[in-house]
Write a protein that binds this ligand. Sequence first.
Ligand SMILES: [Zn+2]
Length: 288
Amino acid sequence: MPLVSSTPLLQAARAGGYCIGAFNVHTLEMLQAVVEAAVETDSPLIIQSTVGTVKHLGPEYIAAAATVASNMNRIPIALHLDHCTEFDLIVRCIRAGYTSVMIDASHSPFDENVAQTLRVVEVARPAGVNVEAELGKVGGVEDDIVVADNEALMADPDECAKFVELTGVPTLAPAIGTAHGIYKGEPKIDFERIKRIADKVDVPLVLHGGSGIPEEQVRRCVVLGMAKMNVATELRIVFSDAIKAVFAQNPEENDPRKYMVPAKKALKEAAIEKMRLCGSFGKAKDFR
Ligand SMILES: [Zn+2]
């Protein structure tokens, strides 16, 4: 089936009390691995790329690969641009075939965030493309955007409600204590805050920083309304570690297939585990 907007996928997930894994990919093999994981478990899938990866590979190449993967399979797949601050790049990605985009103006004052998000919603909506925006600041590093942990500001529930009302944004990523990268110790998720936000906002909520959140905490987030979980760092590590293991055994290896095949397999297994945590197994059939 063709690539789909992530809006209906995420609305169904929130209504159904499950979550959809959104996996950052950087190579064709990574894209294939997460698709195979979703097909095997019949899970809806969101493939995403950071601005850095989009600039590295070109959005047209990524969209072409995702489109092929989608057309070859009977699961709903959305292609999402993660954490973008550049309006022109968002437009280019939509033209290339992305079905979901994130405008991240969370580092700007509230009114500026509203204005920038509104501008993206106005171009995305007629194209049938989902938009995600962020309120508050998620800690850690995302490409070249850095937020120190002590600077990480949580989203305010009343502001979330006002933000959704003013922008009409169909999905919202409120900062609730998670961070990008790998956690030093346990993440300090503010579950009470998620509940208060979910009570005021009926759009699907997005959980950033999904690498290494303990199972029980993921489940609590999902029950409270988190419908999309972003996972990047953990998958990169799994993929890279499998490649390193090949070279540790055979430093002379020079056939990319010899190290990409085990890396793909490791990534696929890790993605399946995340889909299990999300509770998305078997949910793809609801969209056929
Ligand atoms: Zn993020």
